[in-house]
Design a protein around this ligand. Sequence first.
Ligand code: SF4
Ligand code: SF4
Length: 447
Amino acid sequence: MSKEQARIPYEAKDLSVLRLAPVAVEDRPKAALELLGEMLKYKRSLRLYLDVCTHCGACAEQCHSYLGTKDPYNMPVARVELVRRVYKKFFAPGRSVFRAWEGAKDLDQETIDQWYKYFHQCNQCRRCAVFCPKGIDTAEVTIAMRELLAHLGLVTKFHAGIVKNMEKTGNNMGTPLPAIKDGLEFLEEELKEETGLDIPIPMDVERAEVLFNPSSSDLFTNTDGLMAVAKIFYKAGVSWTLSSRIAETANFGLFFHEPTMREHSRRLVQAGKELGVKRIVAGECGHGWRTWRMFTDTINGPLPFPVVHLFEEVLEYLRTGRIQFDKSKNPEVVTYHDPCNYARGGDLIEQPRELLRACVENFVEMTPTKQYSFCCGGGSGILMDEAMDLRVALGQPKAECVRATGAEILCAPCAICKAQLPVVMDHHKVDVRVKGLSDLMGLALIL
Ligand code: SF4
Ligand code: SF4
């Protein structure tokens, strides 16, 4: 893949949904410098990451973005260096003495172009942080730099479109409520046909025990997963509901715009409060879960109810005998892809494995795995059709890991991974079917 192909040139023109106004091209360097200065005042981690790198290079070969594109600027150290050299010139302590020797650089339009390009080739997967002896988390630098770029008016069309959909409809796909309701009725009919039982997919039930917060793709494209969840709640005898106000756990604000992340999170919490549920159960979405686990209580708490992941909830049913699985229903060789935000940002490593071992006959681990696992290449919202050649390049290391397992089914329990991995596997000719963990549990559930 050429470096030019790797660029994502699809800047959004209308940023009104983000309450941002684009900065004129000629004014961007000055504005960027001011924004960076402001950010360094309140983001101590950013200053720390810019200060402590020893350029040891331990992160370089650990980034799938570099391994997949072979572009040296995609090494984590080089990606951050694009900011560090400006930091060295304008903000670092002692900068007047060593700045030329340290590669300090003025901030010009070319540098801003490089920021836009290379901070949109980082999946915010945090794998580099696992290997860095200083604990530098390049994902955090990417999040900060995308936020800075957004304030300059540089946002991908895809990201801005998702935020607009979310604001209008309460889901990232932009599906209006009547269409959602029709879809749920259709799924209930499918469940009746499959099981002979009246298994509901309820919406807006007040004082239900659980508010289930799925990824909106489960309502239309990964419907096996939603039907499986309905079966599990039915069998466990748990009252549950969806919310018509918001049916989206995938919080794209985390990737590039903190106010959007906060607002999405606030709407979810509000939906739970209005319905008076006892707890919220988050569906299959990596970064959505990271937002719930790491940020929601801090920014919109204290919460009047706990928020748990679907896998924690179902594991409780399994351990207490409220549900059982027949693993012979899933006889294929199954391997597991750790979504980055579960394994490196959401304390969700062993729970899905315990469920998998209970519901499939042949589970094989991938190498590397758990917190060392490679990203699918779609994380941080690099999931746009316009960037297909970049997506398949970023997914190449993962494709080789999956190929080596010889698995027939790749379990990938995250909405973004489920959208990205079939494309990647197909491109790299890995013969495997991609499924969510809910799908596999639904097949094995004894009703
Ligand atoms: S591993 Fe850490 S300290 Fe070493 S070059 Fe990479 S970011 Fe810098
Ligand atoms: S967060 Fe992931 S994609 Fe980004 S630099 Fe680190 S390893 Fe590469």
